[in-house]
Design a protein around this ligand. Structure first.
Ligand code: G
Ligand code: G
Ligand code: MN
Ligand code: NA
Length: 254
């Protein structure tokens, strides 16, 4: 309850800050997008990571307001980078199950895009595999509407859920993000190496792009390049950054 009250206060005081982690195209080495990752900048406790407050925010429903804040910030920031002359990039925003169950999600997203002036093609929404699986009919309806607006859809943490693969062909998915637990020992564990290379082939056969998460070493990157993985996100290139710190990398990428 205390955390819940603190989260409410944090919303009132606007203490949520969005960090951006670049995503890099493996062939060209160019930045192709960034994932928006929320942090809570607490006035006394310092920075609090989403793992510590998202679960409570989910349970209490506060995630809907927090998520809306993150989505608006990410769209506004991306538009302002474009207005400043940086090459246009896609920003990916995480959506939690609770947000997805909102009846008016699609209208809400459309409204935020209108308000911020961001072209929908520069927004990607990330949903987890378990969310995608939960109610394919309902999820599909929302996803097809979002896709019709020009937004792209990514499946986050791929491979970690209990999933049947059938949702992959029933939902309009553009990108698969391979969970970092598979990437961690692709160079030492042949089973994980097979899983990763198989996911890449599967995704490509379904006309989807693949992003590997949690890439930390050159060896991992070179394996992924050999397997023709499209993109990577991880500390090897950069961790999540404040918008102003990402600008240095964007300028170099130009
Ligand atoms: O940011 P970190 O680097 O600690 O992220 C941890 C987890 O928190 C990630 O799995 C991510 O999906 C989730 N997360 C980060 N930002 C958001 C957000 O804005 N909304 C939701 N729903 N989840 C987020
Ligand atoms: O939404 P998702 O679970 O994909 O969020 C990405 C999470 O992974 C964030 O918590 C982010 O800080 C973290 N992360 C990003 N790159 C790396 C990395 O190279 N190694 C590790 N261990 N974590 C990473
Ligand atoms: Mn994510
Ligand atoms: Na993930």
């Amino acid at each position: 309850l205390e955390l819940e009250n603190n989260l409410r206060r944090a919303l009132e005081r606007d203490e949520f800050v969005v960090y951006y982690q670049p995503q890099v195209e493996i062939q060209s080495g160019k930045i192709i997008g960034m994932e928006a990752l929320v942090r809570w900048q607490h006035p006394h406790l310092g920075m609090i990571f989403p793992g510590e407050f998202i679960p409570v925010a989910e349970d209490t429903g506060l995630i809907v307001s927090i998520g809306e804040r993150v989505l608006r910030s990410a769209c506004a920031q991306n538009k302002s980078w474009q207005d400043a002359g940086f090459p246009p990039l896609r920003v990916s925003v995480n959506l939690s199950a609770r947000q997805f169950q909102q009846q008016n999600l699609v209208k809400h997203v459309a409204q935020i895009l209108r308000e911020t002036g961001l072209d929908p093609r520069w927004l990607e929404l990330e949903i987890t595999e378990s969310l995608a699986m939960k109610d394919v009919e309902f999820t599909g309806k929302n996803l097809f509407e979002l896709r019709k607006m020009g937004i792209t859809i990514a499946i986050d943490d791929f491979g970690t859920g209990y999933s049947s693969l059938s949702y992959l062909k029933r939902l309009p998915i553009d990108t698969i993000k391979i969970d970092r637990s598979f990437i961690r020992d692709i160079t030492s564990d042949p089973d994980n190496a097979s899983i990763v290379s198989t996911i890449i082939v599967l995704a490509h056969n379904l006309k989807m792009k693949v992003i590997a998460e949690g890439v930390e070493t050159e060896e991992q990157l070179s394996f992924l390049r050999q397997q023709q993985c499209d993109g990577m996100q991880g500390y090897l290139f950069s961790g999540p950054l404040l918008a102003k710190d990402l600008e240095g990398l964007l300028a170099v990428a130009k």
